[in-house]
Design a protein around this ligand. Structure first.
Ligand SMILES: Nc1nc2c(ncn2[C@@H]2O[C@H](COP(=O)(O)OP(=O)(O)OP(=O)(O)O)[C@@H](O)[C@H]2O)c(=O)[nH]1
Ligand SMILES: [Mg+2]
Length: 363
């Protein structure tokens, strides 16, 4: 038997492992005909609290064996974190399948950005033969879901739903289907495959555990901090016009040292979650801040941390107007006046990518 929240196999032996529920509780729930939730899902659901479980199963490696049973795969991608949720390695595994791309969380973008613009932007980045297979939605705001279901039932009656952790797979299914899966801001919420029926259609959707990543800032934070940093509501943004030797921080784990040779000083915007501290300072003070204020003033991390707790890397970019520099799992820098040179300091594994602007400069 599986936990109906996360899909882990129910067991009574080890509270540290997935699917644990005390036997008495289990028996009582069965007697009362209630749904069976493991202890971890129960706590997430009722107290918003994460119970850590020993779990080191990487779904990516299992994915291939499940794919055989499906012709259509619904790949959920997070618009806030496009570069690390639309990934080459996943695309390779899905080769030969009919893929419907669900671009989720568009409610996070500034209101001035239209759905059409987002769709066009995604189309230029995802190569697909049928543009109708790119669906822009918000599971949170219930946007675009009805037409997604309509599109899916034209293709099949069973769909495998995949994507990296925390992109909103379970949230999406909860809106479309009759039964609620556990959702939470913690990555790795879903632990097994769960079959769900769409509410008003002859369609089964299979929720799956998220594919773990290691290249997002989010991946370096403890679960409570991830929960705080995960954006809710519209993103925060601020304009910077640094002159002279300046450094701008996007939290404590991402530092931009601005260098420029042209006459006009650069102008750019930062976009991130409201919990991320934006701070501009003199180059000279930046080192000291990084050494002494990680996690108390410069958040994230959420707790006081040492500079030495992280391995750092520096990468240099030339950024032009109309471009953005995305920092995986944290946010992005959007150029308003350039070109300029920026040296970025982030922890070693964090993916940095220059891309065409998602939020158009006129916004
Ligand atoms: N702003 C916003 N947040 C969303 C949306 N959909 C999901 N979320 C949030 O994203 C977080 C993760 O949601 P889940 O549905 O648990 O994500 P998942 O992909 O199933 O995650 P795993 O099971 O860990 O792989 C939760 O905090 C959700 O509230 C959305 O459309 N907009
Ligand atoms: Mg899930």
């Amino acid at each position: 038997m599986k936990c109906s929240g996360c899909g882990a196999n129910i067991q009574f032996e080890d509270p540290r492992k997935p699917g644990y529920i005390p036997r008495e509780v289990f028996e009582k729930r069965v007697e009362e005909g209630k749904e069976i939730l493991c202890q971890r899902c129960f706590k997430i659901k009722h107290y918003g609290k994460l119970e850590p479980v020993e779990y080191n199963w990487d779904f990516k490696n299992q994915l291939k064996s499940y794919l055989g049973g499906f012709e259509v795969v619904l790949w959920v991608i997070d618009i806030f974190d496009f570069e690390s949720t639309y990934r080459e390695d996943i695309a390779n595994i899905l080769k030969g399948k009919k893929i419907v791309y669900v671009i989720n969380k568009i409610d996070l973008l500034p209101k001035a950005v239209t759905v059409k613009e987002v769709k066009e932007w995604v189309k230029r980045r995802i190569r697909t033969t049928n543009p109708e297979d790119i669906r822009v939605v918000s599971a949170e705001k219930n946007y675009g879901l009805r037409s997604l279901v309509k599109h899916l039932i034209k293709l099949t009656d069973k769909v495998l739903v995949i994507g990296v952790t925390n992109v909103g797979k379970s949230s999406l299914l909860n809106k479309i289907c009759t039964h609620e899966n556990t959702i939470s801001p913690f990555p790795g919420t879903t632990l097994g495959i769960l079959r769900r029926k769409a509410r008003d259609a002859n369609l089964y959707l299979y929720d799956t555990p998220g594919i773990m990543t290691k290249d997002r800032i989010l991946d370096l934070l403890d679960p409570d901090c991830q929960k705080r940093i995960l954006p809710r509501g519209e993103l925060s943004r601020r304009t910077f016009k640094p002159r002279g030797e300046r450094t701008v921080f996007m939290g404590g784990l991402c530092r931009f040292d601005i260098k420029y040779e042209t006459e006009l000083s650069p102008i750019f915007l930062l976009f991130s979650s409201k919990e991320v501290v934006f701070h501009e300072t003199k180059r000279k003070r930046a080192d000291e801040l990084m050494k002494n204020r990680l996690g108390d003033f410069l958040k994230p991390p959420c707790n006081k941390s040492r500079y030495e707790d992280f391995k750092w890397k520096k990468e240099t970019f030339i950024l032009k107007e109309g471009e953005e520099l995305a920092v995986a799992g944290l946010g992005w820098l959007s150029v308003r006046r350039g070109p300029f040179i920026v040296e970025v300091t982030v922890p070693e594994n964090v993916k940095l990518a220059v891309r065409e602007a998602l939020v158009n400069p006129k916004r």
